[in-house]
Design a protein. Structure first.
Length: 233
């Protein structure tokens, strides 16, 4: 029996404790976490490690995205080339900025998930989310270059982190965003979301079977009426 695989996508150095805790949580509920630092990714020696990480997303069932105050490392061009940006743009709001010159490995992991229709659950540190609202109100004003965003480690990366948030939140579907302060906030929300989603799928399956049963019954009634009419004639 196959086990549901959950890809954990985030910058590692600022969120390593969160990632470790989330790994334990996913294991404890019987799923398989996929994290680059634990060797869960197949590192094909013929390609760059960035590319291997992006390719691994296709083999997973869900992706959990954590966004903090770091941008992460710039992805190499080989890794960028394996994402079908045309397919991605079809699934995000027109006008959403996807800057090909500034894409991190985390960016590409999420874009690959969007390309393949893999569910993405996005968690953003609450101070980053608060600063994002400030950015959105002022990004088209000249004052934007003078604003300091306390949640962002390097201010020259603020724009790219906030526009990454826009890519996720402006999708046509699957654009859920949850703020978090601590690891348990993420765990509790995932419990609620996954449990509710499973329950919904079960109800939809039951409803589908019920409708199929009614349809078959109606067909048999029609056939019986036709038979009765034939005998009476």
């Amino acid at each position: 029996m196959s086990i549901l695989k959950v890809f954990i996508s985030s910058t590692c150095y600022d969120l390593d404790n969160m990632r470790d805790g989330l790994r334990d949580f996913i294991y404890n509920i019987g799923y398989e976490p996929v994290m680059s630092e634990y060797g869960d990714v197949l590192y094909d020696p013929r390609i760059h490690t960035h590319t291997s990480c992006i390719e691994e997303v296709k083999n997973c069932d869900m992706l959990v995205l954590l966004i903090g105050g770091r941008f992460g490392g710039n992805a190499i061009s080989e890794a960028v080339s394996i994402v079908d940006f045309e397919k991605v743009k079809e699934k995000v709001k027109a006008g959403t900025v996807i800057d090909g010159e500034r894409l991190s490995i985390t960016h590409l992991e999420v874009l690959k998930a969007i390309e393949y229709g893999i569910p993405v659950y996005t968690f953003i540190k609450d101070d980053v989310l608060s600063d994002h609202k400030l950015y959105e109100k002022n990004k088209n004003k000249s004052i934007i270059s003078e604003i300091t965003f306390p949640s962002i480690e390097k201010q020259d990366m603020a724009k790219y982190i906030f526009e990454f948030i826009n890519i996720v939140r402006l999708r046509g579907c699957g654009n859920n965003i949850f703020p978090f302060k601590k690891e348990t906030d993420i765990e509790e929300m995932l419990k609620k979301q996954w449990s509710s989603y499973f329950q919904k799928l079960l109800k939809e399956q039951f409803s589908k079977k019920e409708k199929t049963g009614i349809s078959m019954l109606e067909k048999k009634v029609d056939e019986l009426q036709t038979l009765i009419c034939g005998l009476s004639n």
